[in-house]
Design a protein around this ligand. Structure first.
Ligand SMILES: NC(=O)c1ccc[n+]([C@@H]2O[C@H](COP(=O)([O-])OP(=O)(O)OC[C@H]3O[C@@H](n4cnc5c(N)ncnc54)[C@H](OP(=O)(O)O)[C@@H]3O)[C@@H](O)[C@H]2O)c1
Length: 260
């Protein structure tokens, strides 16, 4: 198993991409600590993993709060004794509006969850990883960080910032044996974020959701959305020793949409 004996924190592990990552990591031998706000979703995800023979704990937490980030790391250590892998997956899309219509508090909320929380969690887990001279951090960014879509200013800024943070962290952590990478998924249409977004764009353009989505899919080489499972497979590769020579990189899991 690729992650035997490892302990991973997966933020946003209650549903969507984070849940698929947590499930896959657990199936490969990792003990996983799942963090999100929705207790019911966390409990379901943990039960699913335990029923399959894996080890998991739920940590209800709001990543916008610094004290909750402390709580997540403490809960993972209390449950499993160490942290070897951190997956900063939790995210919100935020307002689907033009920049001039976005309220500063909405901007701050997106940045707090999508960019500040990964920084807060990294600063909490890195000392332990440095001491052990190993560890892997994975940041879930987005193809939005590499493209030019309208009406997602704070989201894109946060996801592009996350790529910058990935590179800085990789440079700082490499001498201590810790790897830091990012994934940029394309549209993963099965998740709540993606479905809410399709509806918001459809409302804005006064068109059917399918039309908006199909226009986007036409710009993907594979002409199809990606799945949470496909993103989780890439996450497993990058988090595991299979990617031992890979750090500071971004892997686009987008069916051929971005080429940088
Ligand atoms: N779906 C896509 O098309 C797509 C494409 C590119 C990148 N991504 C990225 O992939 C990641 C996962 O997205 P998804 O599509 O799986 O979305 P999702 O189904 O909406 O899941 C988001 C997860 O993040 C958690 N979360 C949100 N705000 C939080 C907060 N303040 N504190 C703690 N947890 C919080 C949510 O739980 P609670 O709401 O219960 O807190 C949920 O578990 C995100 O970073 C997203 O930007 C998604």
């Amino acid at each position: 198993m690729l992650l035997d004996g490892q302990v991973a924190i997966v933020t946003g592990g209650g549903r969507g991409i984070g849940r698929a990552i947590a499930r896959k990591f657990a199936a490969e031998g990792a003990a996983v600590a799942l963090a999100a706000r929705s207790d019911n979703e966390l409990r379901e995800a943990v039960a699913e993993i335990r029923n399959a023979g894996g080890r998991a704990v739920a940590v209800p937490a709001d990543l916008a709060r610094e004290t909750d980030c402390d709580k997540i790391v403490k809960a993972a250590r209390d449950a499993f004794g160490a942290i070897h892998i951190l997956v900063n997956n939790a995210g919100i899309y935020g307002p689907v509006r033009m920049i001039e219509a976005i309220a500063p508090r909405d901007w701050d909320e997106v940045l707090a969850i999508n960019l500040r929380a990964p920084y807060l969690l990294c600063r909490l887990v890195l000392p332990e990883m440095y001491q052990r001279k190993s560890g892997s951090i994975l940041n879930i960014s987005s193809v939005a960080a590499k493209a030019a879509f309208p009406m997602n200013g704070p989201y894109t800024a946060s996801k592009a910032g996350l790529l910058g943070l990935t590179r800085t962290l990789a440079a700082e952590a490499a001498p201590a044996g810790v790897r830091v990478n990012a994934i940029c998924p394309g549209p993963v249409t099965e998740t709540r974020m993606s479905q809410e977004l399709t509806r918001a764009f459809a409302d804005y353009f006064h068109s059917a959701g399918d039309e908006v989505l199909n226009r986007m899919l036409e710009n993907i080489l594979q002409r199809r959305p990606q799945t949470a499972e496909e993103v989780a497979s890439a996450a497993l590769f990058l988090a595991s020793d299979q990617a031992s020579a890979i750090t500071g990189q971004t892997l686009n899991v987008d069916g051929g949409m971005a080429f940088c």
